[in-house]
Ligand binder design. Sequence first.
Ligand code: WT7
Length: 651
Amino acid sequence: MSTEALENLLRENRHFPPTPEFAAAANAKADMYEEADADRLVFWAKQAGELQWESPWTQVLDWSNAPFVRWFDGGKLNVSVNCVDRHVAAGHGNQVAYFFEGEPGDSQTITYAQLLHDVSQAANALEALGVQAGDRVAIYLPMIPEAVVAMLACARIGAVHSVVFGGFSAEALRSRIEDAQAVLVITADGGNRKGKPMLLKQAVDDAVALSPSVRNVLVVRRTGQEVAWTDKDLWWHEQLAEQPKTHEAQAFDAEHPLFILYTSGTTGKPKGILHTTGGYLTQVAFTHKNVFDLKPDTDVYWCTADVGWITGHSYVVFGPLANRATSLIYEGTPDTPHNGRWWELIEKYGVTILYTAPTAIRTFMKWGRAVPDGFDMSSLRLLGSVGEPINPEAWMWYRHVIGGDRCPIVDTWWQTETGAIMISPLPGVTATKPGSAMHALPGIGADVIDDEARPVGKGGGGYLVLTEPWPSMLRGIWGDPERYAETYWSRFANTYFAGDGAKFDDDGAVWLLGRVDDVMNVSGHRISTAEVESALVSHPAVAEAAVVGAADETTGQGIVAFVILRQDVEPDEHIGVALRHHVAKEIGPIARPKQILVVAELPKTRSGKIMRRLLRDIAEHRSIGDVTTLADPMVMHLIGEGLTAAKGAED
Ligand code: WT7
């Protein structure tokens, strides 16, 4: 398919209504919107009622202390029981919960009965180590079944997990352990990535050496590689083997903390986003069932996210398990050992639902359709997208090449903070448009408003806001209630500010326009400019740094860094490489700038604020925009001159 054909389609503004067959069999019907509109709280109470509660709630929503919220107050439930035990009790013990495929090609099939054994043993092991309800446990693992088991074991005993993405550095892990005062770390000797073992344990050793709160480290044996051993370390398999395979689970309050997940904000310090029990599980289960149209008896569902991100929490672990899904987990990267690995897995396991990110889709487009065309993917019946705006060209390619023009696409907008999907088509109801997330889900209030908080209406653009509290909303930022109120609830009164720009088209469909704050979106992951800048400035050669996200064909945005060197440092051709390496070490490879530009000056306003807009113009090779608010209008000229003289490293 040529680019031109795609552009023509875009001009036609085509709709893709669900087929009559899909619509007839869909979990969600059109009347769900009316039902939720008639009484939002009755609607959410009905969704919560799909879960197994130990004791009922006394109040659906308490918003009297806004922006601090309570959902299903007084109710008690256990997340692990909802995700595992109740399915086994209902006779589904032999159903597969997860197919696991390791990057080297090893595989496992884990039934719900097996999962119950594993989670029970792990819960017993955590208790034997003195972990109690409310304690924080850091999980730093590759994408292996033990990651799911560890999360469920924490939930089972009421411990609060903080999963740290395995690609983050020792320093990133350390600061998260410290912020949450974690008592236990669960990790592995390593994982498999791009055909090589990745070194997790070394990073944990470095982090834990500086973390007095950590009493023990449980180490899963995954690769079998040699690892150093400290007196806090214990093998996961040895600790579990000693434990009984049953565990009596206790129910916790609906508002008991379930997990913390750190995400980037506009300052250098990551925010520990806090989610709780009853409302979170209600909304992830509801959205997973209705947005993905999950049929537990026949679907094989694959969300390709890592458990280190919110998508992995909500749509690899809690949502699918609450709905008794059969899921696929894959450890490795899409290009190992060959570029068709994902499509091979879809063929092998008969995957019916695929949920992935635009950055992956664009990578596959680059590799060419001959790769997926070599596999039988006729099992697929629904496709999902998340993490950043999906450009219409990628949407059309996804639909045509991967979905064989037969699968509805759900473009799902949400955030770490929202916990679950907020804006998305319903696949049996909505006539989708390539590139649009379409409408707020039933029970969700979303709007687009201008600077003065006036709704922009159809055809208008502005800020995306959420107008009503929702069950899976964040309950706060760990240890910092003021920052929570300030970041999300102060810009507009009684309204959640998401930090995204958006517009309504003439039919009232929502189009996301990217972040409006200094947060970049690289491969669907939020990275703050401030964090990368402070990592750069921590290098002895750097005096000052400014970072921008510049449009990148594959990753959405790529990080471009402008640095001023210290006076005694002679710029040489190695400095770019050294700085890129330094950022990868400080934060993780995901934050490594794709380009470093050594400059003599940075453009600043009179109040000293860096004008990233102008730097973005340079990074995206545009002519420079309005410079009238610059303290020194000559600066841009200087930067331009400097750039032609000293070029930095580039991928
Ligand atoms: C930010 C949240 C939600 C899980 C993955 C990212 C962007 C997310 C979409 C989408 C346009 C999207 C937004 C949002 N985003 N999904 N379908 N269309 N933009 O979670 O790291 O918390 O990032 O990702 O900018 O604010 P996150």
